[in-house]
Design a protein around this ligand. Sequence first.
Ligand code: JS2
Length: 298
Amino acid sequence: MPDYEFSPASGDRPRSWISKQVLIVLGVCLPVILALAIWVGVLTWRQSSMGATDHVSAIVLGRCLTYTRNMHPELRNQDCKKILNTFTSAFVSKDPCNITKEDYQPLIDLVTQTVPCNKTLFWSRSKELAHQYSGIQKEMFTLEDTLLGYIADNLVWCGDPRTSEVKEEFCPYRNENCSSTATSVFWTVVSQKFAESACGTVYVMLNGSRTTAFSKASTFGSVEVFNLHPDRVHTLHAWVMHDIGGVERDSCLGSSIKELKSIVNQRNISFFCQDDYRPARFVQCVRHPEHPSCSVLM
Ligand code: JS2
């Protein structure tokens, strides 16, 4: 078979040339497509999970000792090792999407701390300012100023049925397919206990620079308000704070506060509301002394 090649007339190319082009294109595209698929896969997985806090057990134990040995020595008899084991037993080796309130009951029963009457400060969408305020008004307690809130603040944790270890890498995000995560159930349980143990006049710091300062969907609006005991709590004071230089989207005259007032009054608890409660405004103004809404205070 003479091996002669036709010189290609303009336009039609020999098959081998085309197959080479195809191979080159495939050679280039396939890895790109594969990389894209892997990247999307990782992204979706990342979206369904979030980083668990590294060394949660060590952090919880350390915070417990710091809190009970030098911040609140009156609690020095609390057994921090037992608190840690009781905390982790609530979620290790369990389905991280089906943790129950009962799982945390042994921890709630173990840690006994009473907040003095008239010293409970709730917050909603104003965590930083509430903590700055209670950091100055040291007799006031947010949940994170109590032992259980302090040991877990800003941590993420979960377990896994396949291991008795506390997960170090990723934990499932709380969403419709995974509604009862170890972290979210913990905050619901300790928020409920924090509200149940409140007495006298209690306070809530709300954010009037958000569309609705009060939301029934929030932990404060769905758990804490409904676990205040009217025979122990006679008054709720709301402070609607606005960001310095921020927009005033809601206030004590707003519809969301009217809703809060009616819920609280229906529970036979008196309700008062102040916009930009002055002492908390002072705390905000420490960081913005030049702002006109602060210079008037000086
Ligand atoms: C703290 C966390 C975390 O009154 C406050 C506190 O007592 C708190 O437990 O619940 C109230 C705030 O929750 P709310 O009203 O839903 O306000 P938010 O600004 O939307 O806060 C959402 C987070 C509340 C529960 N929570 N609290 N430290 O690390 C933490 N993680 C979660 N999920």
